[in-house]
Design a binder for this molecule. Structure first.
Ligand code: AMP
Ligand code: MG
Length: 408
């Protein structure tokens, strides 16, 4: 059986970033930039005042003190957005607001709170360091400076910098559209009371939410009954999207048609079944360049598969360099024991917290694959390697930290 590492490797070998598009700055939040972006301009473009105060020549105030205050002649006022019409000469000052360009001749700004203001003069009673309270042209960004690297995700901070540098649009990898299909005769909509033998469709909501959280666009399809022809028809429509995710019907039950239908449609099977718990029957196909993930129906397993396999694939398709969650070592309070001799990797849902600089994890509760409530409060997955059937109380485990920190 394919190991989790092999499965992920196979998936990533089959997907390539979608072609880049130039999009306006207001549409790029969370997307990966397609090429290195260098600043086309110098920021700030001119040397300007960092305070509301007076632009002066520091040398004029060298002798100022409480007993011998110095008065300078005020030439006028300069607001942000204006330009000084005259230079500041010896014995002179210009009243200046934050962000206004420094006038010729002046080298420093005295904050207004350190002055006494008269009719056409201003008085100071202490010297100041030359160059203080001014912002030099180019001290923030140099022209040609690397701002973001290819494959880096754009956050509000990057967007602000790109705007200041004058980049109204940039090449990014677009969001991918992900068809999400849930299958099963037993499923009803969350808004319906489930009749005898029926259950609510949790996957359509959980999986679409995960896809959305990856920065992709979920395209939910109406629930598909366990009926060959209907499934075939819906799969055809789903294949109009960039990626197809299906849940259920992928196992070996009498009504599990997913594998057969995909292969009848001509999809190339890359693998089916991964040696992991929860999970197992994860299938991955390619059809005409479209990746298709057949996820198990079991909601815990389906979500785990999206987290571990679909998310890195979507990130690769969307051009991100960093495909994975942060990994960290933690102490597993209470330990864990599984099936002796199990050859599968186990993913445990845990709640993690940092205490005195040490990560401590605790199981979210019972870990059965039917226990969806194990997702509540989970902020990491503990990965127990194959062949390991127990973790001693306070033993160490590796975590995939799933809590959104940066991402897309
Ligand atoms: P299957 O893979 O279709 O055999 O489904 C495995 C288990 O997951 C069964 O108990 C199904 O009832 C359940 N299941 C399948 N799909 C969903 C879904 N969309 N929401 C909630 N449970 C599901
Ligand atoms: Mg089913």
């Amino acid at each position: 059986m394919t190991t989790p590492t092999q499965a992920l490797g196979l998936i990533l070998d089959h997907v390539r970033p979608r072609p880049a598009q130039r999009l306006p700055l207001e549409q790029v939040l969370g997307l990966a930039v397609a090429e290195d972006q260098r600043s086309p301009s110098t920021v700030p473009p001119f040397t300007n005042s960092a305070m509301d105060g007076y632009a002066v020549r520091a040398a004029d105030l060298a002798e100022a003190c409480g007993t011998h205050p110095i008065r300078l002649h005020v030439l006028g006022d300069l607001a942000a957005g204006g330009v000084a019409r005259c230079a500041v000469g010896p014995g002179q000052a210009l009243r200046i607001m934050t962000g206004a360009p420094m006038p010729e001749g002046a080298d420093s700004v005295v904050p207004v709170e350190d002055t006494i203001r008269g009719e056409a003069w201003v008085q100071m009673d202490r010297p100041l360091r030359a160059g203080i309270h001014i912002r030099l042209a180019g001290e923030d960004l140099r022209q040609g400076q690397l701002l973001v690297s290819a494959g880096q995700g754009l956050r509000p901070g990057e967007i602000g910098v790109l705007a200041a540098a004058g980049m109204a649009s940039l090449p990014v990898h677009p969001r991918v559209r992900v068809a999400v299909l849930t299958t099963g005769d037993e499923l009803v909509d969350v808004s319906e009371p489930p009749g005898p033998g029926r259950i609510r469709d949790a996957n359509i909501h959980a999986v679409c939410a995960q896809v959305f959280a990856c920065g992709a666009i979920p395209v939910p399809f109406p629930r598909v009954p366990d009926h060959r022809e209907t499934l075939m028809e819906v799969l055809r429509q789903a294949l109009e999207n960039d990626v197809v995710l299906t849940t259920g019907g992928i196992s070996v039950g009498d009504y599990d048609f997913m594998k057969a239908m995909l292969e009848e449609l001509g999809a190339e099977r890359v693998f089916w079944k991964v040696a992991q718990k929860p999970g197992g029957p994860l299938g991955f196909w390619m059809l005409g360049g479209t990746p298709i993930f057949g996820l198990p129906g079991n909601p815990v397993a389906a979500m785990l598969m999206v987290e571990e396999y679909v998310r890195p694939a979507l990130r690769k398709l969307m051009g991100f360099t960093n495909l994975y969650r942060p990994v960290a070592e933690a102490i597993l309070e209470g330990g864990w024991s599984g099936k002796v001799g199990d050859k599968r990797t186990t993913f445990l849902r845990v709640t993690t917290r940092r205490e005195a600089g040490v990560l401590r994890a605790r199981l979210t509760g019972p870990q059965g694959s039917g226990i969806l409530s194990s997702m509540l409060l989970a902020n990491a997955l503990a990965v127990i390697p194959e062949g390991s059937d127990r973790v001693e109380p306070d033993g160490t485990v590796w975590l995939h930290l799933t809590e959104e920190a940066e991402d897309h």
